[in-house]
Design a binder for this molecule. Structure first.
Ligand SMILES: C[S@@+](CC[C@H](N)C(=O)[O-])C[C@H]1O[C@@H](n2cnc3c(N)ncnc32)[C@H](O)[C@@H]1O
Length: 400
């Protein structure tokens, strides 16, 4: 039976744990904060949007959608500034001329997570957060006593995603496994009740895809006026933005092979290389290289030497993500142009890449399963004449 292991992370957004992989989907620090700080803020989107009206994003490992949702939220947060530069407001612009075009392709193997993404609560303020519904000592230890939101998702972001997911996957209404998840009391506290009501409304009345602004009139008199207010807001924004969302369920390796798009930003949020090496191989990165715009960038949370080396071997300039909030380097950025890399790899990072820790994962035909990739990698590490990372670290520290 399909089961989820949700809990509230320290910023009040919902995080998931996977017992099968013994890995977390989201940092206990905050699922939403992590999306903002590792993917959205380092992408320098404001700069990009000053000179581009169109943006294409590939969200690899969409899960419950924090990265795409945070992007859209950030975009709308900054949209008002764009309007004031045009000397107008959202209420007065009154035109159907689209000011921006957004295309997001989101990919995940887990259908239930993609379907569930609009339902997930992104904020639970100031709750006691020292209990989880499953046993995991490490997660329990990392949870603080009270949740403290750092970022806020606009209410209508989930509504927009619900509409897009329904449009992409009308089978959602008949999917018994998914509908059981929605009905389960176990998960109720983690789901947004308004979105659940809206979904039930669509399910009962029959969903017809209409532009949001027509739908807002349609919803006007229904009992949850609150939703209708949020809808109106979304409708106003979407009047000015052409937002296309393609949520694909399947292996990212296969989906990318059939994809003809080039992207301005690629978010890579797979489980760690030790758990899901198939999305960190030099061969997969070579494929991503073909799908990245010349001025585009790939962002990922991973600091692994093997991942950074794979980016370099796949032909990317590779650097680090600097987190202003915490004054720390976290994650990796890969681009086709050197000038897009603001924080290059240090002497230490480059040294580490030349050790056994930097040996890349391989998957020549993008078809091996994770176990086979790990076995081949372990063998290459065992027979390699490179120095070990621990020896390198000792020598490096000694000489510095
Ligand atoms: C760390 S989680 C991503 C969290 C996500 N970004 C979010 O906001 O919820 C990793 C995700 O990778 C997905 N996944 C695992 N193998 C995959 C593959 N080969 N192709 C696409 N997605 C995959 C899992 O289903 C899981 O949702």
């Amino acid at each position: 039976m399909y089961e989820l292991f949700p809990y509230f992370t320290n910023d009040g957004s919902v995080g998931l744990y996977s017992p099968k992989d013994d890995d977390i989907y989201h940092s206990t620090y905050g699922a939403l904060s992590e999306a903002y700080e590792k993917f959205i803020l380092p992408a320098n989107l404001n700069e990009f949007l000053k000179t581009h009206n169109e943006i294409k994003i590939l969200d690899i490992c969409f899960g419950i959608g924090y990265n795409s949702k945070s992007f859209l939220n950030y975009f709308f947060e900054n949209f008002d500034k764009k309007l004031s530069a045009l000397n107008t407001t959202i209420d007065t612009i009154g035109t159907d001329n689209k000011l921006n075009k957004i295309f997001i392709k989101a990919v995940d193997t887990d259908k239930n997570l993609m379907f569930l993404s609009p339902f997930i609560k992104s904020e639970n303020k100031n709750i006691f957060n020292n209990k989880i519904n499953f046993s995991h000592e490490k997660i329990s230890k990392l949870l603080k006593k009270r949740t403290k939101p750092k970022y806020k998702l606009k209410k209508f972001i989930n509504m927009i995603f619900l509409k897009k997911i329904i449009k992409n996957h009308p089978e959602i209404f008949d999917d018994s496994e998914f509908n059981l998840i929605l009905k389960s009391k176990k998960y109720r506290q983690f789901l947004d009740a308004d979105i659940c009501r809206l979904y039930a409304f669509y399910k009962n009345r029959g969903y017809v895809y209409t532009p949001l602004r027509r739908l807002s009139a349609f919803l006007h008199n229904i009992y949850y006026r609150y939703i209708s207010t949020s809808y109106k807001k979304a409708a106003k924004y979407l009047k000015l933005v052409d937002f296309i969302f393609e949520g694909e369920i399947g292996d990212a390796r296969k989906i990318i092979l059939d994809d003809n798009n080039t992207y301005n930003f690629i978010f890579l949020d797979a489980f760690t290389p030790a758990k899901c090496p198939c999305l960190w191989t030099v061969d997969f990165f070579k494929e991503l290289h073909k799908h990245l715009d010349d001025n585009g960038m790939i962002l990922t949370y991973s600091n692994s030497a093997a991942v950074r080396n794979a980016f370099i071997q796949a032909g990317f300039w590779t650097g680090k993500i600097y987190n202003k909030e915490n004054d720390k380097f976290m994650g990796t950025i890969a681009a086709k142009k050197l000038e897009l890399i603001k924080f290059g790899l240090s002497e230490y990072d480059l040294g580490l890449i030349k050790t056994k820790a930097g040996i890349v994962y391989r998957d020549k035909d993008l078809s091996l399963d994770n176990r086979a990739i790990i076995m081949a990698h372990d063998k290459e590490v065992a027979t390699s004449t490179l120095i070990s990372s621990s020896k390198f670290i000792k020598t490096f520290r000694g000489s510095n």
